[in-house]
Design a protein around this ligand. Sequence first.
Ligand code: F6R
Length: 246
Amino acid sequence: MKLLVLDSYEEMSRVAGEAVLATVKANPHAVLGLATGSTPIGLYEHLIEEKKKNGTDYTGVTCINLDEYAGLGEDHDQSYAYFMKKHLFLGLGIEKGQTYIENDLAENGEEECLRYDAVLEKYPRDIQILGIGSNGHIAFNEPGTPFDKTTHRVALTEGTIRDNSRFFRSVDEVPKYAYTMGPKSIMGSKKILILASGEGKAKAIQELVEGTEITPDFPAGILRNHPDCTVIVDKGAASLLQERCV
Ligand code: F6R
């Protein structure tokens, strides 16, 4: 695993954005694995700004999202489908037909997970962007999720519901279930970038970079087994690390 510690959120976002751009420039038909949450917003802004300046063409890329709340519907302003349109797809001119996300209104959850696994098989990801939860979750894989899980439907933990309630009017409005790629699906990407910003993530980053055991109690730990994973953090998220490589 490679570690990059940058001075600020903006620098972290720029460096991660340049890695995504390099992937798209190397292959205009690249498959991008994308995350939602507050962490990648700066990266997405970087891509949109770069496109405005240089006209980078995204019409050939395919975008595959990690996860989606169950039951909100794609037009709900807190659905991840809506988030992606707002923060990335509109700015890059990416059409709906180029994007994949779990169908949160699917009638049969099991079938939906199988459908999504087939999408992942059809479109092997060149690069996967990840954030990390303060408890080490990646996507909606909470501590205890077996590492061999592919796409599955999960009951969200109280902690995650509380963390995510800042985006809803009240904690009661946060969905209780979600669909998510599993750890095994995430590991299937050729390259992975995991981003973290701020001191609230420092303990999770310490465990990710310096932890000794790889167990489902800390889901992000599995990334240490990936052949091409880069941890990109700002100073706050790196604040508990013993050694920093820049
Ligand atoms: C979002 C996702 C989540 C977030 C994580 C960190 O698609 O998969 O695992 O990456 O909860 O969220 P932020 O970036 O809001 O701190």
